[in-house]
Design a protein around this ligand. Sequence first.
Ligand code: IPE
Ligand code: IPE
Ligand code: MG
Length: 259
Amino acid sequence: MSDKETSVKAPRHVAVIMDGNGRWAKKRFMPRVAGHRAGVKSVRAVIEGCAQRGVEALTLFAFSSENWKRPAEEVSSLMNLFVQALEREVDTMHRNGLRVRFIGDRNLLSQQLQQSMAQAEQLTANNAGMVVLIAVAYGGRWDLVQATKKLAQLCVAGHLKPEQIQEDTISDCLELKGVPEPDLFIRTGGEQRISNFLLWNLAYTELYFTDVLWPDFGDDELAAAFAYFSQRQRRFGLIAEQLAAAVEGDTKPTVSESR
Ligand code: IPE
Ligand code: IPE
Ligand code: MG
């Protein structure tokens, strides 16, 4: 991180689609899994870079609901890589005071992976540093479905009336409950789409797309994404003059930036 950067307001929550591992490997005539392996060092760099810049939460999309449809061999290599990477990295993360959490449908994962995930969450639960949320077997639509089921159950049990449902009622049933909404979204690999990531939570997130493939993404690329973020005026539906007035009066605009 450069000195110049320290004055720039950092996003509280950064959400990343780590894309382009397969193409990175293909360019080098290597198997796709080599690209996934090479991507681990970018994960490290981004965790470190975000923590240094004062980010409170970092969500990393590692495996989507749709990725189950990839060739079985790639799916199983990815699952093995998750177990290995977790076992290798979790102690360092713990030493650095980070909290690790997983979002997604963990029932679909192997017992071994579920165990490693639970251990990592327990070990780091009381740390005070940045929370790293790893999305595995996650889909934005799955998240909305599981939240809807919870709400329906509460209604059927008589604990909630349908007319009491507010936006917060839904947010509180989603996987990112308790975490501020993402301020900055980064997608590497050149595609400009959401690919069923955090559908509800990205409503007002600033979107940053780069052609850089994930294994080539490091601290300089992260700095570029933060620079882009610092140039955005977040209006949340208001007009620019209202925001200026809020700054002058040193009061916040009436719409809260994040929960
Ligand atoms: C992202 O890289 C990692 C996962 C989806 C698990 P890809 O594997 O999608 O790489 P490309 O898009 O084929 O290059
Ligand atoms: C999105 O990447 C999912 C992850 C990075 C985990 P994909 O490579 O699966 O997305 P699509 O298929 O190109 O939309
Ligand atoms: Mg891809």
